[in-house]
Design a protein around this ligand. Structure first.
Ligand code: AMP
Ligand code: ZN
Length: 304
């Protein structure tokens, strides 16, 4: 197998793009696709002050690496969820990355907001699913840290497989309101909201893993222990079967959806966002769901 560009030995074959590439040309190919997505969806530019939300996994550390290597100004944010060993290992991967590149990493502990409780403990107390509590807390802390730090944009490591599985789920259940909002960039619609962007939306999980491997990025390979059995993983399995039979179908499905996104705009409910009475961050009600969660958890802690 030879590299289509230089003729040297290829290290990866990409059936979706009908191309085999050597290490050097693969990196150039991968970077170009990401930069194209950043420009196409007008995510940010080299003057933007970027905060990359890093979990210690391959996607978010790779997106940070790519942005730094291309001259973007990007600091990191790690949210310590308190998921025992998993959080300790992922935190140290982020810290080592930041130290070796001499870049700033902010660490925010969920326990500091919830009287010493970790995400699984919070979920258990209020009898809700760990992943939904975790998602709510991460979204809030990402936004608040970015705003308080004066950042223009939050970047996450969501890749094509993540996005296409979300799209598939939203279509299966005809979640038209979610479909109206699913896009590589989410603009702010409140003064205390920071724009979010996903530069890896056109890169598959396998492509990101190859980039991380070639670049020698040290990341946590284990998945979060709570993700076992997640519906999104089941959708990914189905979509990978489809991809095997029809290479390129994941990318076509997602980019076709983005190109036709106006079809769903009529379902968009642009709720007027208010400011939370407790914290001032955006909410559709009087008190935001994060503050409500804190209050509920505190009540239960005090009672027990
Ligand atoms: P997930 O919600 O686990 O699918 O992760 C999606 C994206 O959210 C990752 O690519 C990261 O950019 C970000 N993220 C996930 N977990 C954390 C964390 N503990 N701290 C900061 N960012 C995170
Ligand atoms: Zn609030």
């Amino acid at each position: 197998m030879k590299c289509k560009i230089c003729g040297n030995k290829a290290v990866i074959k990409l059936r979706a793009h009908n191309i085999a590439l050597c290490e050097k040309d693969y990196i150039a190919f991968f970077e170009k696709r990401v930069i194209n997505a950043i420009k196409k969806y007008k995510m940010f530019d080299r003057n933007s002050k970027i905060l990359v939300a890093v979990s210690g996994g391959k996607d978010s550390l790779s997106v940070w690496e790519l942005l730094l290597s291309k001259g973007y100004k990007a600091d990191g944010l790690y949210i310590d969820l308190g998921i025992t060993e998993y959080s300790e290992v992922s935190k140290s991967k982020c810290m080592n990355f930041a130290k070796s590149r001499n870049v700033k990493l902010e660490i925010v502990k969920v326990k500091d907001y919830f009287g010493g409780l970790s995400v699984p403990e919070i979920a258990k107390r209020i009898r809700r699913k760990t992943c939904s509590v975790c998602g709510l807390i991460k979204r809030y802390i990402m936004n608040r840290s970015a705003l308080e730090g004066g950042y223009d944009i939050i970047v996450t490591g969501h890749n094509l497989d993540d996005e296409v599985s979300t799209l598939f789920g939203n279509m299966i259940h005809w979640q038209v309101e979610y479909l109206a909002r699913q896009f590589p960039i989410m603009d702010k619609n409140h003064e205390r909201m920071v724009t979010k962007a996903k530069p890896f939306v056109t890169s598959t999980e396998r492509e990101v893993a190859a980039y991380a491997l070639i670049k020698g990025i040290d990341y946590i390979e284990e998945e979060c222990p709570f993700s076992v059995g997640a519906t999104s993983l089941f959708y990914k399995k189905i979509l990978n079967e489809l991809e095997k039979e029809q290479p390129g179908s994941k990318l076509r499905f997602l980019s076709g959806f983005y190109e036709n996104s106006d079809i769903f705009q009529k379902f968009r409910k642009d709720l007027k966002l208010k400011s939370c009475e407790r914290c001032g961050y955006p909410t559709t009600e009087d008190v935001c769901s994060f503050c409500k969660l804190r209050e509920r958890t505190n009540n239960i802690v005090e009672k027990s």
